[in-house]
Design a protein around this ligand. Structure first.
Ligand SMILES: C[C@@](CO)(OP(=O)(O)O)[C@H](O)COP(=O)(O)OP(=O)(O)OC[C@H]1O[C@@H](n2ccc(N)nc2=O)[C@H](O)[C@@H]1O
Ligand SMILES: Nc1ncnc2c1ncn2[C@@H]1O[C@H](COP(=O)(O)OP(=O)(O)O)[C@@H](O)[C@H]1O
Length: 296
């Protein structure tokens, strides 16, 4: 039996985010195209003989108790499958927090995948995704990773092929955005909807130019209004020459897709001039994920 395991928990970006309606249960019915990028937290899981879940995080401001989504993932599995041993979870944060990049959700998903191995539960990805949905709307997507069309409240996942390889520049202004607040302020009857089908087709056809022209997120206007600096970062990224630019999720991170490596330095350095959190990463294909799921 393995006594410890390390798992990668990659961030996601939303290439398209549409809201169809507000539901009776308070959630919004969405249609999103999501993909994982090569910026990841690291989750170290160590078997404990004692019956407890311990969480420790490299960033002091992320909760290390039952509020941590990785803790919640371990608790659900432990109770549901009557595990009478414990686990110590160490999270090395690299994904900025409350950024629209699903860091917490990905930590929960990675914990589910890792404990499935550590505790030899033999659950399928579909079963893990369904458990993940009890923790948050984005966790199911993070269980699979790769690229997907997400519907329902975000938990119904249809996997699609990866977009063509490209660079992704991420820029996060120093503010944290509350997802609940952004959805709460959205005026559902005033939305200009993205063409989700066309985005899926463009991805399937690996048409980079078309993908860039179809990037659309209906939450952008809400976050732009509350935090004009996010709109400013989007404009700057466009000005520095990214091929396509969009805010991810509820924000405030803005991402730029860049095909030519020769353009990357100018965009990265230009943004670094006024934004402290800038990353140059790549999209992660499904094949790469399958090969490297538990390697860190
Ligand atoms: C906006 C998105 C886009 O991928 O990502 P982030 O910006 O959080 O990364 C997601 O829809 C966020 O998913 P997630 O962060 O898991 O949300 P949850 O914890 O399930 O919900 C937080 C709150 O957001 C609102 N919410 C969430 C999902 C949804 N489809 N409709 C909603 O109205 C609800 O008010 C809910 O109480
Ligand atoms: N493992 C975790 N990593 C980061 N934040 C977490 C984690 N568990 C719970 N949280 C809480 O979730 C909130 C949203 O964090 P995060 O998942 O990074 O944002 P987002 O949903 O915008 O991508 C944070 O403010 C934090 O308090």
């Amino acid at each position: 039996m393995e006594l410890k395991i390390s798992v990668k928990a990659p961030a996601k970006i939303n290439l398209s985010l549409d809201v169809l309606r507000k539901r009776e249960d308070g959630y919004h019915e969405v249609e999103m195209v999501m993909t994982t990028v090569d910026l990841a937290d690291r989750i170290d899981l160590v078997h404990l003989e004692t019956d407890q879940i311990i969480v420790d995080v490299s960033e002091g401001f992320v909760p290390n108790d039952e509020r941590n989504l990785a803790y919640q993932a371990a608790k659900i599995l432990k109770e549901r499958y009557n595990i009478n041993k414990g686990v110590s979870i160490y999270i090395t944060k690299r994904i900025p927090v409350a950024a629209g990049l699903a860091g917490g959700s990905s930590d929960a998903a990675a914990t589910l995948r890792g404990l499935n191995e550590l505790w030899q539960l033999n659950l399928s990805l579909d079963e893990l995704a369904s458990i993940g949905t009890e923790i948050g709307s984005d966790v199911a997507f993070c269980v699979y990773g790769g690229t997907a069309l997400a519907t329902g409240r975000g938990e119904i996942i249809e996997r699609i092929p990866s977009p063509p390889p490209c660079w992704v520049v991420l820029a996060k202004p120093p503010i944290g955005v509350s997802t609940a607040e952004v959805y709460g302020k959205l005026k559902v009857d005033q939305i200009t909807h993205p063409d989700t089908k066309a985005m899926v087709k463009a991805i399937e056809e690996k048409n980079f130019t078309e993908i860039c022209s179809l990037l659309h997120n209906v939450l952008e206007d809400v976050t732009f209004k509350a935090y004009p600096e996010v709109k400013h970062i989007k404009a700057q990224m466009e000005r520095f020459g990214a091929d396509g630019v969009l805010m991810s999720g509820s924000g405030p991170t803005v991402f730029g897709l860049v095909l030519k490596e020769s353009r990357l330095n100018r965009i990265y350095n230009g943004l670094r001039g006024f934004c402290s959190n800038v990353y140059a990463v790549r999209l992660i294909s499904q094949q790469h994920l399958d090969k490297n799921r538990t390697k860190v």
